[in-house]
Each structure stands twice: as structure tokens, then as C-alpha cells.
Design a protein around this ligand. Structure first.
Ligand SMILES: Cc1ncc(COP(=O)(O)O)c(C=O)c1O
Length: 402
């Protein structure tokens, strides 16, 4: 935080000051028991986080990226399979797909929710794929590859529209892995089942990141996979630990992808506060909605009726995005862009062959989005300062147009 910062984009110092004693007790426990890898602290956290997500199993791993990768591998996704996701997400979603050996196919997002558009997904399946009723496989006609999975991303803490996505998955015999890395605790109203469901309980598996800035963040790297499938959980446990279910008996080759005990202990401490922190984020988001309702030049995020979002990020849209961001910065207000370049236009994915114009909603959104300061410990005065600066920007724009 520089001296001129009035409102940081994110404050990670305050929550750790508030929890300092409890967090230090975890370190002392680890030193006293020399429990650094695996053991009771990891197992306890896994139980608690599974319960929090309304899932049967949780497997702690070393990052959200590996959570995705291990879920794909355990679910049997192989070299040459296609995994469908969105181009408006962090690159880890697609890195994990490639690292599992699969091929990435994108479908565009919905402009209101920033998440996978089920209509575009259906369109892709119906116009570019064919379903073999004998093998029950959906094949991408152009590449002749099998579609294996769909990865909806619950971006910014809002859920993707899961009912139609899950319905398509059932129809075409596909698995669904939720990328829940930004959405710990978010809920989805399933019209089909007439009930609210927690993120992490809807797909075959769901991946979470505990990167420090996340709604539930470690003090280092961390991640987890949730699932209701016992056999999948067992395979993911093996994959994270060198392919062994029993020490030194390796059924497969795996990875060193475990969650540290100290991180797990810290996550247990923080998990006790997650509900309150998410509520604080929701309250701040609703206050932003109210305070900025009159600023027509700033497009506010829309919470669809079927999501109870946890506002990992509060993302607005502004035509003059660069001007807006610079204006905020000059006024000491932190802001971010998540993400400026859609994945299909990244250099890393040139080889796939997508071009500008392929995903118009993602491309439009990527030019206009700005993430405003959002963290549970944000004070009303800090939010007022942010809103004041935004209104000054709007006023300056309106004046220049007169
Ligand atoms: C949407 C999304 N997916 C995956 C990840 C990967 O998580 P990690 O950084 O823990 O590997 C992140 C983290 O930023 C993310 O935001």
C-alpha cells in the first residue's frame, strides 16, 4: 500500500491482525507435534470444508490449479478429449485442462452474469457436434474428438447457471467439474430441484483455490476438491500423493500435490469466519448498488435471481475503462482488471486457432470491466471515499460532453 493509497483494492493485513493469536497457535501445534504434512489438521479441515460445501468428501491439495487438474485426471479425462469452458476466466482453468492432456474448446459467456452461457453451450453441442447413440459419446465434428467435460466457472463469486448446464451434461453423457476457485460459499437456486445448492456440491467435482486473496485464503498456496463420489475422492487422494493409497505402494504415478498441515490449520481458523466475511461482502456489494444506482455511466454487476453471490470481486463496466482506472488511481483508490485479455486471444493459445470476434461478449466485457475495492473488513468511510471518486469521474465526463 503506497502512502497515497486511500482505499486499497484488497486488505490482507487487517484480517491477519485480527486472527493473529489463533493463527500462531496453529504454528505452535505444528511445531509441538512436528506435523507438517498430512495428519489431523489436514483431515479436520477437509471434514469441515466438505460440510461447508454440503459435499461428502474434500481433498486438500496445493493449489486451485492442481485441484482442477487432479479432478480431470481422476475423472478419466485423457489425451485427445475435449473439455469445454469459457474464455472469460483466469488462465489456470485452461492450464489445468491442457495439463490433463485435453483440448480446450470455448463457449461465450452471458453478458449479465459473466458466466458460461448455457444457450451458447447448447448451440455448440447442437451445431458443431454429433452424438453417437451406440457409444453414448458426443463428438466434435471438425476435430473428431470426444467431448468429455464441461467446466463452468463461478466467476467473481457468482454461480454459473447450473440447471441447464447439468441438463446438457446428462443428455450428452458429460461430466461437470465446477471451477469454484472464486466462489467459496456461493449458492445456486435450482429450479429443477426447488432448492438452494452450495457451490462445490453440484458437479461431479469442484475445485477451490485458497490463494491468499480468495474469500477463504491460506497464508500461502492451497486448494481443495469436493465431490460426492467416493471412488473419485479416493483416486484424487492418490493422485495428490504420488499415486499411493498405502505408503510406498504406488498403483499409479501421481504428483506431489498435498496441502500443508499448517495451511490446513490456518484455513480451519478462517473457515469459522467465512460466513460472516461473505455476508460482509454481500452487504458492501448491496451498498455499492445503492450508492451508484444513479451513475448511469457505470454499469453495475447484476445478481441473477438464481445466485446468492459471495462477491469475491465487485466488477463494474465503464466505456472509458483506462480513463476510469487512471482516475481512481490518481485519487488513491485501488482497482483491478479481471481479466484484460480473453483467453482465446492470449499468445499462449494462438495454436488453437481462435481469432478476434469469435466470442463477442467476452471481448466486449474484457474491454470495459473494472474491479472495485472489495474486502470484508472494508469500512463504510472507505467505500464512501471510493464512491465519491467514482461520482467525480462521472461528473467530469458529463461536463465534458456538455
Ligand atoms: C477462476 C480460477 N480458477 C483457478 C484458479 C487457480 O487457483 P490457484 O491460484 O490456487 O492455483 C484461480 C485462482 O486465481 C481462479 O481465479
Amino acid at each position: 500500500m503506497s502512502n497515497s493509497t486511500k482505499v486499497p483494492f484488497l486488505d490482507l493485513v487487517t484480517p491477519h491482525k485480527e486472527l493473529r493469536e489463533e493463527l500462531l497457535a496453529v504454528v505452535n501445534k505444528a511445531f509441538d507435534t512436528a506435523g507438517f504434512i498430512g495428519g489431523p489438521m489436514v483431515e479436520e479441515f477437509e471434514k469441515e470444508f466438505a460440510a461447508f460445501c454440503n459435499a461428502k468428501y474434500c481433498i486438500g491439495v496445493n493449489s486451485g490449479t492442481d485441484a482442477l487438474r487432479f479432478a480431470f485426471m481422476a475423472a478419466g479425462i485423457q489425451e485427445g478429449d475435449i473439455v469445454v469452458t469459457v474464455p472469460h476466466t483466469f488462465i489456470a482453468t485452461t492450464e489445468a485442462i491442457s495439463q490433463a492432456g485435453a483440448t480446450i474448446v470455448f463457449v461465450d459467456i452471458n453478458e449479465q452474469t459473466f458466466t458460461m452461457d448455457p444457450v451458447k453451450l447448447r448451440e455448440y453441442f447442437e451445431t458443431k457436434c454429433s452424438f453417437d447413440v451406440t457409444t453414448k459419446q458426443l463428438i466434435d465434428v471438425a476435430s473428431e474428438k470426444r467431448i468429455a467435460a464441461i467446466v463452468p466457472v463461478h466467476l467473481y463469486g457468482q454461480t454459473a447457471d447450473m440447471d441447464p448446464i447439468l441438463e446438457l451434461a446428462t443428455k450428452y453423457n458429460l461430466i461437470v467439474v465446477e471451477d469454484a476457485c472464486q466462489a467459496h460459499g456461493a449458492e445456486y437456486y435450482s429450479e429443477k430441484d426447488k432448492t438452494w445448492k452450495r457451490v462445490g456440491s453440484m458437479g461431479l467435482a469442484a475445485a477451490f483455490s485458497f490463494y491468499p486473496g480468495k474469500n477463504l485464503g491460506a497464508c500461502g498456496e492451497g486448494g481443495a476438491i469436493t465431490t460426492n463420489d467416493a471412488a473419485l475422492a479416493q483416486r484424487m487422494k492418490m493422485i495428490r500423493d504420488h499415486g499411493q493409497a498405502q505408503k510406498y505402494y504406488h498403483d499409479i504415478e501421481g504428483y506431489n500435490g498435498r496441502l500443508d498441515s499448517i495451511q490446513a490449520g490456518w484455513l480451519s481458523v478462517k473457515l469459522r469466519h467465512l460466513k460472516d466475511w461473505n455476508e460482509a461482502r454481500r452487504a458492501l456489494a448491496h451498498r455499492y448498488h445503492e450508492l451508484l444506482a444513479d451513475s448511469k455511466e457505470i454499469l453495475l454487476p447484476i445478481e441473477a435471481s438464481w445466485t446468492k453471490g459471495v462477491y469475491h470481486l465487485y466488477v463494474v463496466r465503464v466505456q472509458d475503462r483506462e480513463g476510469f482506472q487512471a482516475f481512481l488511481e490518481q485519487g488513491g483508490i485501488g482497482a483491478g482488471i479481471h481479466y484484460p485479455v480473453p483467453l482465446h486471444l492470449q499468445k499462449a493459445y494462438q495454436h488453437i486457432g481462435y481469432k478476434a470476434g469469435d466470442f463477442p461478449v467476452t471481448e466486449r466485457v474484457a474491454r470495459e470491466i473494472v474491479s472495485l475495492p472489495m474486502f470484508p473488513q472494508m469500512k463504510s468511510a472507505q467505500q464512501d471515499e471510493t464512491v465519491k471518486r467514482i461520482k467525480e469521474f462521472v461528473e467530469a465526463q458529463v461536463t465534458s460532453l456538455r
